[in-house]
Ligand binder design. Structure first.
Ligand SMILES: [Fe+2]
Ligand SMILES: [Fe+2]
Length: 313
């Protein structure tokens, strides 16, 4: 994958972001990684289609339709003194992608009740922070396996950039009432070149590459100007991280035996399919999608499919 081709693909997909007439608009019900999270909302904060607000008698399906959630949701009381439930808890699946290190133990979920937008940014900040040890390990392993110095240097530079990204997203999370969850990663051990290549194919060539597309998309679509500004600074770095993944991929190809290379290719194909399923499965309240600028599940799925088609060609 040449850098020129990769940049052409990114430019084309980023330029689609504001073209609503093609049906790829920025709003609607859209969706950090595909792991489901439970979000809790007060009933009186949920506006219904008829202009009223949700009550204990509102049907679950109606609540889910307004929140962009998936049934069943569960009604609950926030305190023992209340006769009627005044909160509802719903399943959300946020779409956020990046390079996760092997052995990542924390999931980025925020404890307690926080605004959904804050919870999304906290998850994004957690993933950015998790990318720091991923790149530090990658740099050390590349050096140990005799990779060209330019790849090692680029991986170290990327780790420093991810520190900056994590800070930027953390400040967005704090601004919206959430703290960044702590990142916990199991201790690293020695890995073969094939194991490095497999991780790079999935986490770099697929997930971080799509994360770069999302960052550029959000930089154009987010209703919140602070979010656009933060993502506009992050997107060019993520493009470079994606290019690094493909450069590493090209280098390992010259070093791996045919059977190992076939396993790397198979893992990458499967990662595209899994990412497409995750994108189609994303769920989040409409106001979160609008303010964060994330694409809808259908648009996200189309973006993954187009990216996979072009990059696998
Ligand atoms: Fe990043
Ligand atoms: Fe990155």
């Amino acid at each position: 994958m040449s850098r020129r081709k990769l940049r052409r693909v990114f430019s084309r997909l980023w330029l689609l972001a504001p073209v609503t007439t093609l049906g790829v608009g920025c709003s609607s019900t859209w969706g950090c990684d595909a792991a489901p999270v439970q979000e809790t909302f007060t009933l009186e904060s949920i506006e219904l289609a008829d202009g009223g607000v949700a009550t204990a008698d509102t049907a679950c399906e109606e609540v889910c339709a307004q929140l962009g959630a998936r049934a069943p949701c569960s009604f609950k009381r926030s305190s023992a003194g209340l006769a009627e439930p005044d909160e509802v808890s719903c399943e959300m699946r946020y779409l956020c992608e990046g390079r996760r290190p092997e052995g990542l133990c924390s999931d980025g979920m925020v404890e307690g009740r926080v605004p959904a937008l804050g919870a999304l940014f906290a998850r994004m900040a957690h993933l950015e922070a998790a990318s720091v040890p991923a790149f530090e390990r990658l740099a050390d392993e590349l050096a140990a396996h005799g990779a060209p110095e330019r790849l090692v240097r680029a991986a170290r530079r990327s780790a420093k950039e991810e520190v900056r990204h994590a800070r930027a997203m953390e400040s967005l999370a704090v601004r919206h009432g959430a703290a960044m969850p702590e990142v916990t990663v199991a201790p690293f051990g020695y890995r073969s070149l094939e194991a490095l290549a497999l991780e790079n194919a999935v986490e770099g060539c697929v997930r971080e590459t799509f994360g770069a597309v999302l960052a550029g998309w959000q930089a154009r679509c987010a209703e919140d100007a602070t979010v656009r500004e933060a993502l506009a600074a992050i997107a060019p770095d993520e493009l470079c991280h994606s290019e690094l993944s493909w450069d590493i991929n090209a280098w390992v190809r010259t070093r791996l035996p045919e059977d190992a290379w076939a396993r790397v290719e198979a893992a990458r194909r499967e990662a595209w399919s899994a990412l497409e399923r995750d994108a189609a499965d994303s769920l989040m309240p409409e106001h979160v999608a609008r303010q964060s600028g994330l694409p809808s599940p259908e648009v996200a799925r189309q973006l993954v499919r187009e990216l996979a088609r072009t990059l696998m060609a």
